[in-house]
Ligand binder design. Structure first.
Ligand code: NI
Length: 182
């Protein structure tokens, strides 16, 4: 496995709609290795999610895992999820604003507006169809990662840029020991 180089804001790949992965391609050693490398890369950078365009691959693929997160210490654990060709089945109209960061928008946090509940359909790494309902932080992470596959970043979901905050100032002024999505 290898740790992959991440793309940063301004790289055009982050603004493209990622391409669907056909079943035959998903089963190839190359894509299976990409999945493993994305998991390792997410762990290396203490991310809670990583989308393929963030590692320079324009593919409908994202990984999510929350386990004793250093970047989001208050977040409940989410078991490893591999989302291939994910689509939303539903997104609640009710929204909440919560702090988000992104490995492609290094060093910043900002409050983004997200649906409170979502349901998604996707393939797992074997190409088996899965459905998942989520609410709270896991729902936020899913929306954040699916946004990456649609060429969007969390900055696009901020009501305005008034909460855009350097990570150091976030830790100084805004991070609370048990900060929940609010
Ligand atoms: Ni991101």
């Amino acid at each position: 496995m290898s740790i992959l180089k991440t793309s940063k804001l301004g790289n055009p790949i982050l603004r493209q709609i990622a391409k669907e992965i056909p079943l035959s391609e998903l089963k190839s050693p190359a894509i299976q290795k990409l999945i493993d490398d994305m998991i390792e890369t997410m762990h290396e950078y203490d991310g809670v999610g990583l989308a393929a365009p963030q590692v320079h691959e324009s593919k409908q693929l994202a990984v999510i895992e929350v386990h004793n997160s250093k970047r989001y210490p208050w977040a409940a654990d989410v078991p490893l999820l591999i989302l291939v060709n994910p689509v939303f089945l539903s997104k609640s109209e009710e929204t909440a604003d919560g702090w988000e960061g992104c490995l492609s928008v290094e060093g910043f946090r900002g409050k983004a507006e997200r649906s409170k509940q979502v349901a998604v359909r996707f393939w797992d790494r074997k190409g088996k169809e899965q459905k998942l309902e989520a609410e709270g932080f896991p729902a936020v992470v899913i929306q954040h990662e699916l946004d990456h596959l649609a060429g969007k970043v969390f900055l696009d979901r901020m009501r305005d840029l008034s909460t855009l905050t350097h990570l150091k100032e976030y830790e100084r002024f805004w991070m609370k020991p048990h900060d929940e999505e609010s």
